[in-house]
Design a protein around this ligand. Structure first.
Ligand code: BYC
Length: 311
């Protein structure tokens, strides 16, 4: 079959809302764009283990420690499903990991900000997982079957992460004046980086046009950012916290929230590798990977032995 016919069948399937599966024909640009996005998503999950992992030893109670350990472990699991998903498109795990560890690949900008206090564990679950979940619920409808299915499972876990973060913040808001202040400070610091998670304004989004056409993404960056704001503002108000932006206000004419201009210069600087924590995150990832070598070797030796015993 010639390429134009293949392309026609592919686009028809997408229009009908059918999923594209690994062995189906797909344009090279579709495959490349998906590998880029899914591998960056996988990197974000495992780099995202670091800011919270840092606080496991300092959790204020056994209950909080157990929850945080379970959450951080879930993020590692998300990374695993997503690397597997990228592999179904022909990407090699070693190449993806090397691109992350050498600083060639991007991961979510948010993880280049420091987690300074225990209230940040609340803000990360509430705002960072909340933003991630808004984005990922939308991605459950992506046209690539394995990515869509991995999002279904990930979103179930993200919902728990989001609630546990909000619960930490709610507890602190009911605590001492100092604790409430720490919750406010965490909200103020994490708000703008959380809005940046949805990516640049639509006019500066290089991939959106193609991704929306082939339903890799089903909604634009700004549309999802607005959904997150609309979900979160009532939660801020319900806890008696101050809005983190003086210009954040519902506009009944546009039926959207107005908010202060996001510092896009900072965003682009962070994703170029110049954020506050970029160097430390890559150092810690490389260290963890090198220290895990014996585990990978043992797993490989076991699987070789096991498969030769089965012959
Ligand atoms: N951070 O054309 P655009 C989590 C880059 S983690 C860094 O709009 P696209 C969690 C973009 O890559 C969940 N880079 O891009 C884990 C592109 O550069 P390249 C993370 C960003 O792909 C642990 C350029 O800017 N979620 O839940 O159409 C603990 C132009 O952007 C960012 C995902 O990864 C960013 N925020 O749209 C707690 C979701 N934004 O590649 C929680 C999957 C943009 O040309 N990804 N860039 O060099 C997506 O949905 C899309 O990739 C985005 C961006 C909406 C993020």
């Amino acid at each position: 079959m010639d390429v134009s016919k293949e392309l026609e069948i592919f686009e028809e399937k997408i229009q009908k809302g059918e999923k594209i599966e690994p062995k189906d024909w797909m344009p090279d640009e579709y495959r490349k764009n998906l590998i880029r996005m899914i591998s960056q998503h996988a990197h974000s999950e495992i780099v995202g283990m670091l800011p919270e992992g840092n606080w496991i030893t300092r959790a204020p109670s056994l209950r909080r420690k157990l929850i945080l350990i379970a959450k951080v472990q879930d993020e590692g699991g998300h990374g695993l499903y997503l690397y597997n998903t990228a592999e179904t498109l022909g990407a090699r795990r070693e190449d993806m990991i090397e691109a992350l560890h050498t600083g060639k690949a991007k991961y979510a900008s948010i993880f280049n900000y420091p987690s300074l206090t225990w209230a940040d564990m609340g803000a990360i679950g509430w705002l960072v997982d909340g933003a991630a979940m808004t984005n990922q619920v939308s991605l459950m409808r992506t046209s690539y079957g394995p990515y869509s299915r991995s999002m279904i499972r990930i979103c179930k876990e993200e919902a728990f992460h989001n609630r546990q973060g909000y619960e930490i913040i709610a507890t602190w808001c009911n605590g001492t004046e100092e604790q409430k202040q720490m919750a406010q400070d965490a909200l103020d610091r994490w708000w703008e980086p959380a809005l940046m998670m949805f990516g640049p304004e639509d006019k500066d989004s290089t991939h959106s046009a193609q991704s929306l056409k082939w339903k890799i993404k089903v909604e634009g960056n700004e549309e999802l950012r607005q959904r997150f704001i609309a979900m979160t503002v009532p939660q801020i108000e319900a806890r008696g916290l101050r809005l983190p932006d003086p210009n954040l206000k519902y506009n009944p004419e546009t039926k959207k929230y107005d908010y202060s201009r996001i510092n896009w210069e900072e965003f682009f600087n962070v994703i170029k590798g110049n954020g506050f924590m970029n160097r430390e995150r890559l150092r810690d990832r490389n260290k963890a990977h090198n220290e895990g070598l014996w585990v990978r070797e043992a797993a490989e030796a076991y699987s070789k032995k096991h498969s030769s015993n089965n012959k």
